[in-house]
Ligand binder design. Structure first.
Ligand code: SF4
Length: 234
């Protein structure tokens, strides 16, 4: 049986002031004990990922990533585990838990097991909306499984992460299959998007807005409408 301590959960779910919510992280690149999670990354990620710069400024990020990945890897896929452990953990929090973000850095859906972890957490905590931004749509099998297992859950704010390497065909496919998209990489937008939603946090500098944002990344869970969100560089 898997056991998890409060200390481990506090490590895994850090409070992120910038988005006004609890958030998890995963290692982008290999750590001393684990393979990196960004296995679906693009050439654009390699060139521009700002987290890679942060690792140089804050070497302790490596250590925390390694610890978090150890915790993440032991998480099971049964709903009862999260009812017993996550529900009481978050019930004690004074800060908001209506929305929680998966991975401010790293990839949440590295492989199949991650889909079932996310699904179990969402089912165990139906009053929380889980914000999931992923590039796993670039893997056909994972994309299919996400559409089967996660997309139908109304408390998962699913967004396909895109950048200037995303093709018009890929946009058309994501749109056809009901995915919200979240684009970053050019302040002028992307040719494949007809009408993008300007992210209030990056376009208007509305720090903490993510926890109350109705459009953009959360549109499917709030107004039941698919959206292409545009983030500008900050
Ligand atoms: S669109 Fe809304 S939720 Fe998404 S990043 Fe911008 S402010 Fe946050």
């Amino acid at each position: 049986m898997v056991t998890i301590t409060t200390q481990e959960l506090n490590d895994l779910f850090r409070w992120c002031d910038d988005i006004d919510m609890f958030a998890t992280d995963r290692p982008i690149n290999d750590t001393k004990d684990f393979e990196g999670s960004c296995v679906h990354r693009t050439s654009f990620c390699d060139k521009t990922c700002y987290n890679v710069k942060l690792y140089k400024l804050y070497p302790n990020m490596y250590e925390r990533d390694n610890r978090c990945e150890r915790i993440w890897q032991k998480l099971p896929t049964d709903v009862s585990f999260y009812k017993q452990n996550l529900v009481p953990f978050f019930a004690k929090k004074k800060k908001q838990t209506k929305r929680i973000r998966y991975k401010t850095r790293g990839e949440c859906i590295k492989d199949m097991s991650d889909i079932y972890r996310v699904r179990a957490m969402a089912l165990a905590m139906p009053s929380t909306t889980w914000w999931l931004v992923t590039r796993a749509w670039r893997d056909k099998k994972l994309k299919f499984l996400i559409e089967q297992e996660l997309m139908p859950l109304k408390n998962i704010a699913l967004n396909g992460s895109t950048d200037p390497t995303t093709t018009k065909e890929e946009y058309d496919m994501l749109k056809r299959d009901g995915w919200n998209t979240m684009f970053y990489g050019s302040d002028d937008g992307h040719v494949g998007i007809d009408k993008a939603f300007p992210c209030p946090k990056t376009h208007k500098g509305l720090k903490k807005h993510c926890s109350v944002c109705k459009g953009g990344c959360f549109s499917m869970t709030t107004i039941n409408r698919r959206t292409d969100t545009h983030l500008i560089e900050h």
